[in-house]
Design a protein around this ligand. Structure first.
Ligand SMILES: Nc1ncnc2c1ncn2[C@@H]1O[C@H](COP(=O)(O)OP(=O)(O)OP(=O)(O)O)[C@@H](O)[C@H]1O
Length: 315
């Protein structure tokens, strides 16, 4: 691997994470295949995809929980297994592995001992905001309270890259909102890059400015949210022969649906969209739903999201 030389110098400063042809094969087959994209530093990125798409696997590679079968991934230009990447990255896994017999205070003390840049106040503030007693054993906490302690551990580390795997799934709506606020404030204040997998699309809309969509182990969509929204259009009109009109074919049709006499299509226009139709801007949720429903739609990786180092260099 010779990415380090390139990454450390020219690109590492503005790139939090870069994947080059990453593939992961489990015994049952490939979970990820030829995954290439770049996440610029300082972005809050939603990682979206159907169940089994490969999101946890991708986060696991970035967090050095597993190595890729092929290709390479870099965190701030460094290999995930390097001391530098380890110091700069925090991973909040879906199953939140914590020592059940430790008290909350002992858990935070362990965080302090393991992490040189530890911020005890930030960690304690998160725990206290949920009225979680510091002397309670982790095993006696509710699922949501344990998630809060895991959040505290991740934030206390003061990472430059925060990897979150469906972090909010067992939190009540008020706590979700509060911890999202903490996440946003942290990212805004410190320029932390966040890569967060979730199935709650509505939540992403207010939080993310970057998106990566994976489906069947491949990257389908990646880029800045505004850029992605700008190159898609929602078209509605009268259907022809049970589908969208033939005139739409000159554009890239991501998804089309027919309801009664009407069709609705989400397209990437290849020029002006002219016809007896109405066009409207798309919302993030419409964009994501269309891509989740149409895994066969052509992939789109915007220029800022394209891996900069060729796969040949990374291999
Ligand atoms: N340890 C493993 N051994 C074998 N196969 C695995 C393992 N972990 C994941 N897989 C398979 O790899 C594929 C991707 O799984 P992964 O957990 O990365 O998906 P995901 O996008 O995170 O899904 P979800 O949204 O359901 O959490 C799936 O087909 C899954 O069954």
């Amino acid at each position: 691997m010779v990415v380090d030389g390139v990454g450390d110098g020219q690109y590492a400063g503005d790139t939090a994470l870069e994947a080059h042809g990453v593939g992961v094969r489990y015994r049952r087959g490939w979970a990820l295949r030829d995954c290439s994209f770049r996440l610029p530093a300082g972005r809050i990125c939603g990682l979206v995809g159907p169940n089994g798409a490969g999101k946890t696997t991708l986060l696991g590679v970035a967090a050095n929980m597993l190595g890729p079968t092929e290709g390479a991934l870099r965190v701030f230009g460094a290999a995930p297994g390097s001391a530098e990447a380890g110091r700069r990255t925090a991973f909040l896994a879906q199953e939140k592995p914590l020592y059940r017999r430790f008290t909350v205070a002992e858990t935070l003390r362990l965080g302090r001992e393991l992490n040189p840049g530890w911020d005890q106040r930030a960690a304690e503030d998160i725990v206290r905001a949920g009225n979680v007693p510091l002397d309670a054993r982790v095993g006696t906490l509710s699922g949501g309270q344990r998630t809060r302690v895991a959040f505290a551990l991740a934030f206390g580390k003061r990472p430059d890259l925060l990897l979150l795997d469906e972090p909010m799934s067992d939190l009540d709506p008020v706590v979700r909102h509060e911890l999202m606020g903490t996440l946003m404030a942290e990212a805004a204040e410190r320029g932390t890059t966040v890569l967060m997998s979730t199935h709650v699309l509505a939540e992403l809309e207010s939080v993310c400015d970057y998106l990566v969509v994976v489906s069947s182990g491949a990257v389908r969509l990646a880029g800045d949210v505004d850029e992605l929204l700008a190159v898609h259009t929602l078209v509605t009109g009268v259907q022809e022969d049970g589908g969208p009109p033939a005139g739409l074919e000159r554009h890239t049709v991501v998804e089309s649906r027919v309801t009664g006499r009407q069709f609705t299509a989400l397209v990437r226009p290849e020029g002006p969209v002219t016809g007896p139709w109405e066009t409207a801007p798309v919302t993030m949720e419409e964009l994501l739903l269309a891509h989740l429903r149409s895994a066969e739609a052509p992939a789109l990786i915007t220029p800022t999201a394209q891996a900069r180092v060729s796969r040949a260099v990374a291999a």
